[in-house]
Design a protein around this ligand. Structure first.
Ligand code: ATP
Length: 237
């Protein structure tokens, strides 16, 4: 049984149908990506999975249980967490305070210190800057903090929305390396990215989204060897 199953999901904003029947699944331990151009409906899909926007139709199940109508905080308790697009760290709070906030809603608090150890080991720079305001960090460091904050929930499923957006190429590379590392540590990840080429180097499987629907899917190798990605992606521009 997949960890996450999304079936025929539709999301509407008034008359706009942003997601038009998306079905996908993520197995435990996998790194899966939703790839596609700006406005394809990727963020809306992630936001619907965590109930930040309602699913107009379709269903979402986690570990075999229907969670479509569960509120976001209940999903957090079950271990599903979203690291949203645009970082959104609390710039007037310190790094440590941001991390502490990230742990609210965590189901098992007895292992909280393990998560601090994990994030400081993954991001030594955050340990160095522990008492600095998050707003003083560089863009890349803020992205690391946003991911670290999401890890404080000890997620069973981590949703990452465009972690590379707006970062310098060198920083983008280190963010992708980090995502690969998280996967190697056994964290199940559903990643949303416009950066198709770099995503294909680290993911297990991908779904290509265009116009609110999935137009292709397969393993990274299958997607790399077909020209469907190129066609769909270029066609969407
Ligand atoms: P991006 O990379 O920009 O986040 P995306 O693939 O994630 O792109 P969505 O953000 O899900 O795409 O947007 C899908 C469609 O829904 C777009 O046409 C967008 O303009 C529209 N949309 C998104 N959010 C809203 C909203 N709150 N109200 C109205 N329309 C919206």
């Amino acid at each position: 049984m997949p960890l996450l199953t999304v079936s025929d999901l539709k999301v509407r904003y008034g008359p706009v149908e942003a997601v038009r029947g998306v079905s996908l699944n993520v197995e435990e331990g996998e790194l899966v990506a939703l790839l596609g151009a700006n406005g394809a409906g990727k963020s809306s899909t992630l936001n619907a999975i965590v109930s930040l926007v309602p699913a107009a139709e379709g269903s979402i199940s986690f570990r075999g249980n229907d969670v479509t109508k569960l509120p976001t905080e209940m999903l957090v308790r079950r271990g599903i967490t979203l690291c949203p697009e645009g970082r959104r760290v609390f710039s007037g709070l310190t790094v440590a305070e941001n991390l502490r906030l990230g742990s609210y809603g965590r189901a098992d608090t007895s292992t909280l210190s393990d998560s601090y150890d994990q994030v400081f080991q993954l991001f030594p720079i955050l340990k160095e800057r522990e008492h600095q305001f998050a707003g003083t960090l560089s863009g890349g460091q803020q992205q690391m903090l946003a991911i670290a904050r999401a890890l404080m929930i000890d997620p069973k499923l981590l949703l990452l929305d465009e972690p590379s957006l707006g970062l310098a190429p060198q920083i983008v590379e280190s963010i992708f390396e980090l995502i690969a590392k998280l996967r190697a540590q056994g964290i199940t990840i559903l990643l949303v990215e416009q950066n198709v080429a770099m995503s294909l180097d680290i993911i297990d499987r991908g779904y290509l989204v265009a116009g609110g629907a999935i137009v292709a899917s397969g393993t990274a190798e299958e997607l790399k060897s077909s020209n469907i990605v190129e066609e769909a992606y270029l066609g969407a521009h």
